[in-house]
Design a protein around this ligand. Structure first.
Ligand code: ADP
Ligand code: MG
Length: 541
């Protein structure tokens, strides 16, 4: 096949444009991104070699070469490489969902480097410093190579290279650096000291050697195996970025080590914001699985219960087979044990966060609370731990409250935890159901997440106190009086008429629960809540 000139996909073009007119002040990170990709490719190559003897490779590594005269910087790996189709598919397009939306918001608000952190720019960040990039690659085991080149405008060229002498297996990326520009604070990225500094800062933990000349620039120490006190916050942050592809800093770090019959180490991160695909069933999530420092699987969902799927990190197990597959993972007893332990530890860490750093806890719950509450629907042993870290909007104030605080505020005589579900705080607060509770000074939890409709059906109580919907049947507020016989007589005719006229209503009766509203709708004690009824209706049931 001859040289083709192709256009970047529209979203990729927009992202490139943002890179060329660089919105980041820190351009050093392009090298981190190239090394991160090279490391991923080496992981894949090592795995391929485990499965297929003919793909075994020795001395997997990354090499950096700088040419001061030509102003080029080359990052080379002997990893998995890419086929021509893969180059076009992986480099020419952005597959991540939600990219268009993020880009649109970015365009409107150029300052917001935070926003772009939601998905990171990866390979394209190279165009912050390059006016041309040449990529040479050959997929492991393939007879031909591929040459790809772009100047970061809307197009790129791609051609097949028949003579594999020119293209060893793996990938090399040659960055043609833009002319140095003092105003733009563009460093000289051919400077050895500068390269050293960047690799040390951002890529020290990369588990393959990063070489330049005769020296290896990184220590290759697995972060999860090092004591917490020896690792700096910055090292953790960079590691998090590498494994999560999230550019924002993690909210919290959780480290675990289990010794004994089944040994493993885990380094986990709570992200500081929910990914846009948190509620998409087919989204990628899960942890990285290592066996004795060797990367085995990405996105291992089996290592976490679904309601904690947003947690990122690494589990390194000592006693698994290097050939473990996803299928085996799903059934493995040890894996199930690890999952339970990790879940417990994560929930306990969030509980700690509540007292250690209330602000962080609030951020966590705002971002991930609805997902965590899904755990209340499972048959897990963690219901209590989830309710312990949950917080809810409440009539007691503007800030969400925990159930423990709710219990502490409960006045003499109240013996239940009252709640109402609905679409919004305002809607619930204006509901006639609230009146009697307001009058009595009873606090009501205002549950507005869709998942709240469902878990309240599954969870009966907290700390021995029953959870009670205020829209259900005869909520027996201790002082709710029966209407007097005179009142009953007075309204008998109206009630008969209402009962006959309102077909959709099962029963109309007198109540003392209202103070200012003339009427309210109530579900049967065992019926479904109005909001759930609405949800089922919307689903056509
Ligand atoms: P991400 O790393 O988040 O997937 P990037 O933009 O950094 O996004 O890279 C896009 C894709 O290009 C990678 O997922 C990978 O499939 C491919 N790729 C990039 N660099 C290399 C490389 N050195 N070797 C093999 N594949 C690569
Ligand atoms: Mg990348």
């Amino acid at each position: 096949m001859s040289t083709e000139t192709l256009e970047f996909q529209a979203e990729a073009r927009q992202l490139l444009e943002l890179m060329v007119h660089s919105i980041y002040s820190n351009k050093d990170i392009f090298l981190r991104e190239l090394i991160s990709n090279a490391s991923d490719a080496l992981d894949k190559r090592r795995l391929a070699g485990l499965k297929d003897d003919s793909l075994k490779a020795d001395d997997l590594h990354i090499r950096i070469e700088a040419d001061k005269e030509a102003r080029t910087l080359t990052v080379r790996d002997n990893g998995i490489g890419m086929t021509r189709d893969e180059v076009v598919g992986l480099i020419g397009t952005i597959a991540r969902s939600g990219t268009a939306e993020t880009l649109r918001r970015l365009k409107e608000n150029k300052e917001s480097a935070e926003l772009i952190g939601q998905f990171g720019v990866g390979f394209y960040s190279v165009f912050m410093v390059a006016d041309k990039v040449t990529l040479l690659t050959r997929k492991a085991g393939e007879p031909t190579g591929v040459r790809w080149e772009s100047e970061g405008d809307g197009t790129y060229t791609v051609e097949t290279v028949e003579d594999v002498q020119d293209v060893p297996e793996g990938t090399s990326i040659r960055v043609h650096l833009r002319p140095a520009d003092e105003e733009d604070a563009l460093y000289d990225y051919t400077d050895e000291a500068k390269i050293r500094e960047i690799v040390k800062r951002y890529s020290d933990f990369i588990s393959f050697p990063v070489r330049m000349g005769e020296s290896t620039l990184n220590s290759m120490k697995a972060l999860w195996a090092r004591p917490r006190s020896e690792v700096s916050e910055e090292e953790y942050r960079e590691f998090y970025r590498h494994i999560s592809h999230d550019w924002t800093d993690p909210l919290d770090i959780i480290q675990m080590r289990a010794e004994g019959t089944f040994e493993y180490e885990a380094l986990l991160f709570l992200p500081s914001r929910a990914p846009h695909d948190l509620y998409q069933r087919d989204a990628r999530h899960g942890l990285q699985l290592y066996v004795k420092r060797v990367f085995i699987l990405d996105d291992s969902r089996e290592l976490l219960p679904d309601h904690l799927r947003f947690v990122k990190g690494v589990v390194d197990a000592a006693d698994l087979s290097l050939n473990i597959s996803r299928e085996i993972l799903q059934q493995d007893r040890h894996i199930q044990l690890i999952r339970r332990r990790l879940a417990k530890k994560i929930l306990a860490s969030i509980k700690d966060l509540m007292s250690k750093d209330a602000e962080k806890y609030r951020t966590f719950w705002r971002e991930f609370g609805p997902a965590v509450k899904e755990g209340l629907l499972d048959r897990t042993e963690d219901h209590k731990a989830i309710l312990d870290i949950a917080s809810f909007a409440s009539t007691a104030g503007e800030e969400p409250t925990t159930l423990a605080d709710y219990l502490a505020r409960m006045p003499e005589g109240q013996d239940k935890i009252y709640f109402m579900t609905g679409d919004s705080r305002a809607q619930i607060e204006n509901s006639p159901h609230m009146e009697a509770f307001r009058a009595k000074g009873y606090e009501v939890l205002l549950l507005t997440d869709p998942v709240d409709e469902i878990w309240v059906e599954a969870v009966r109580d907290y700390e021995g106190k029953e959870l009670q919907s205020i829209t259900r049947g005869a909520v027996d507020l201790p002082s709710e009086e029966e209407p007097s016989p005179e009142e009953a007589g007075e309204y008998a005719a109206v009630l008969t008429w209402l009962n006959e006229t309102l077909d959709d209503v099962k029963e109309v009766r007198l109540t003392t629960r209202l103070t200012t509203s003339p009427a309210c709708l109530v579900s049967d004690t065992d019926g479904i809540t109005p909001a759930l009824e609405k949800m089922y209706k919307a689903m056509g049931q």
